[in-house]
Design a protein around this ligand. Structure first.
Ligand code: ITT
Length: 193
């Protein structure tokens, strides 16, 4: 079977990716499983730039087909913060329980109509011949009034879906992957592999 390396060090993303790409004709290996131990500096200013930086670095180190995911949360009321800084917002070692609570505090008293938010995901594919492709997808929601749910990761407990009356942390993994930014972007990239 052909090999595809996914350039992420985030175990939660990797779990979702394996489920979404599980039916492909590729053996999907994480960076760690591929024995790639390089320090990648994500200094791009857009999701596209950072996804390309990650995918290209690992493709150049291995010569393999590589995919990378750069994603994050945009909160309209905060001028699209934390955006591309989502993983580094308030420090990489600050727990998401605390990050989520601080975001809820910053939106304290803000009415539902202006609590709009979205998850953005850009998947970059770096092919061994140097070709690069990217695909972007989003899911729209609202910042919850309080955290809810144990599934997912990161900002999922405060990402509320008004239609379903649930946060993305209250969805099963299959339900989230069907509608999520990551599920949509990965299904688009599947079409070109
Ligand atoms: P890699 O760069 O190694 O892939 P990372 O966690 O640093 O891992 P990003 O730079 O792309 O990844 O940051 C994405 C952050 O955005 C992630 O750590 C979460 O905080 C948040 N995020 C992205 N997708 C999410 C999702 O589906 N649910 C909850 N939070 C999400």
């Amino acid at each position: 079977m052909k090999k595809l390396i996914f350039a992420t060090g985030n175990k939660d993303k990797m779990r979702e990716i394996r489920q979404i790409l599980g039916d492909m004709d590729y053996e999907i290996v994480s960076m760690k499983e591929a024995g790639v131990d390089i320090d990648i500096v994500e200094d791009g200013t857009t999701f596209e730039e950072n996804a390309i930086i990650k995918a290209r670095a690992v493709m150049e180190a291995t010569g393999c087909l590589v995919l990378a995911d750069d994603s994050g949360l945009e909160i309209d009321y905060l001028g699209k913060e934390p955006g591309v800084q989502s993983a580094r917002y308030m420090g990489e070692n600050t727990s998401y329980r605390i990050k989520n609570q601080i975001l809820l505090d910053r939106l304290h008293g803000v009415p539902a109509a202006v609590r709009g938010t979205r998850f953005v995901c850009v998947i970059a594919a770096a092919f061994p011949d140097g070709r690069i492709e990217t695909r972007r997808a989003t899911i729209e929601g609202r910042i919850a009034d309080k955290p809810a749910g144990e599934n997912g990761f990161g900002y999922d407990p405060i990402f509320y879906l008004p239609d379903r009356q649930k946060t993305t942390a209250e969805l099963t993994e299959e339900e989230k992957n069907e509608i999520s930014h990551r599920g949509k972007a990965l299904r688009m990239i599947k079409e070109i592999l």
